[in-house]
Ligand binder design. Structure first.
Ligand code: ZN
Length: 419
């Protein structure tokens, strides 16, 4: 973005952010819709639109529907005003992408990785993948405005540091931001489930939904909560960490990675499914899994899903149990929070309809009728793109936050020091 002439509205003007936010979150709209949504006068809205257009953040789009006279010109957010680098680190994979400010992916790379290899090795690979992604995206005529990273563990959002993450040895307190300081742009880090929830809110099934919960079923289990269209991180950023909720009356001999017994994650996470499937194979309870184990040497959650799809009774039972455990915990959340949508995502969600049916059944059985009257339980529609799309949304949300926007808007690009 080039340096522009003086803006028509002051930079610390809340109405400026309000107008930008509305168009960014709701998609193309008319001036009349903005006047109605913000409660500002037509002249005030016009002044903010002019300022934001000067900065290259709003542009004219298609013609809207005419209500009698001339068809109004739609305003659109210029997602293409800059680009972002985003990464979604899972326990067993890394997704890296170049995205625009609206979360559209310009290039996307996915590769297997073991998060336990530690922050130095993993973030070196992320940096290398960033460069490959930038090359793949082709020559970009926009500036890089920020970096967003999701990691599979609790993160103190203000500092961007992982805090005692159970499945990420060596990552506790690691300065993830500093590792990417050489890009000279602000870096934000959050828990992977939070960014996935933001992804669904921006471009998935959560679009336009005020209150929903995203439940990630991967190697671990976690939840991201959207309240009134905003991500709820909680006081320290650990909201939604449901993987270590203890289930009553379950097998006390199963010790979780966190050291406790009876945790949801230890019973229904991807690692738990793999462990139980291997036990079923070794104990002769499933010829199908036994054959698979002999071929592959180890089993994972995807193997259990494919075995269940082939009608293997032991695998069907494992998935039904996992779904019931997850559903029991999600029912408690539904009763407490009363969302209108529960999105099930993460690698284990690939187990498909039987898992979803089992989760749904447990939620409906254990929730209050009023809480489930209009409740929808649905699989993630973004699948493995949810994390990178959401990481881009996280960066855009921070760049355009009222307290931050005023710092950089006049200089033309967000600056690293203010993050
Ligand atoms: Zn635990």
């Amino acid at each position: 973005m080039r340096q522009m002439s003086a803006p028509a509205a002051p930079l610390d003007d809340p109405a400026l952010v309000e107008v930008l936010d509305y168009v960014r979150r709701h998609g193309p709209c008319t001036r009349a819709a903005l006047v109605e949504a913000t409660g500002l006068s037509r002249a005030s809205v016009g002044q903010r639109i002019a300022a934001l257009s000067t900065y290259g953040l709003l542009g004219e789009g298609e013609l809207g529907r005419s209500t009698g006279g001339r068809a109004p010109r739609m305003l659109r957010f210029r997602g293409d005003a800059a680009h972002l680098l985003v990464a979604d680190l899972g326990a067993t994979s890394i997704d890296v992408a170049v995205a625009d400010l609206s979360g559209a992916l310009l290039a996307h790379i996915q590769e297997p990785a073991d998060i336990a290899a530690g922050p130095v090795a993993i973030l070196d690979r992320v940096d290398a993948a960033f460069r490959r992604c930038l090359a793949e995206a082709g020559p970009l005529d926009t500036e890089l405005w920020g970096i967003g990273i999701g990691v599979p563990g609790p993160v103190e959002f203000d500092s961007g540091r992982p805090v005692a993450p159970p499945i990420m040895p060596g990552w506790d307190g690691f300065e993830v931001r500093r590792r990417f300081a050489h890009y000279g742009v602000p870096v934000w880090v959050d828990n992977d489930v939070n960014v996935m929830a933001l992804g669904e809110l921006t471009a998935g099934i959560g679009r336009g939904v005020e209150s929903f919960v995203f439940v990630k079923l991967g190697t671990g289990i976690g939840a991201g909560t959207i309240v009134r269209g905003e991500l709820h991180r909680g006081a320290q950023g650990s909201a939604g960490d449901i993987g270590h909720i203890q289930l009553p009356l379950t097998d006390r001999s199963v010790v979780c990675r966190c050291g406790n017994v009876g945790c949801l994650e230890a019973l229904a996470g991807g690692a738990a499914l793999a462990r139980d499937a291997e036990a079923a194979a070794r104990e002769g309870r499933s010829a199908f899994l036994q054959r698979l184990l002999e071929e592959k040497g180890s089993l994972d959650a995807a193997d259990v899903a494919s075995a269940a799809a082939h009608g293997d009774a032991a695998s069907v039972a494992l998935i039904a149990d996992a779904g019931r455990f997850v559903g029991d915990v999600v029912a408690a959340i539904v009763n407490f929070f009363n969302p209108s949508l529960v999105v099930i995502g993460g690698g284990v969600a690939g187990a498909g309809d039987p898992l979803l049916a089992s989760i749904r059944e447990a939620i409906y059985r254990r929730s209050l009728p009023l809480a489930t009257r209009n409740l929808i339980v649905h699989r993630s529609t973004l699948g493995d793109r949810a994390g990178v799309v959401g990481a881009a949304t996280m960066v855009a949300n921070e760049i355009f936050a009222p307290q931050y926007l005023a710092h950089w808007l006049d200089s033309g690009a967000p600056v690293a020091s203010a993050s």
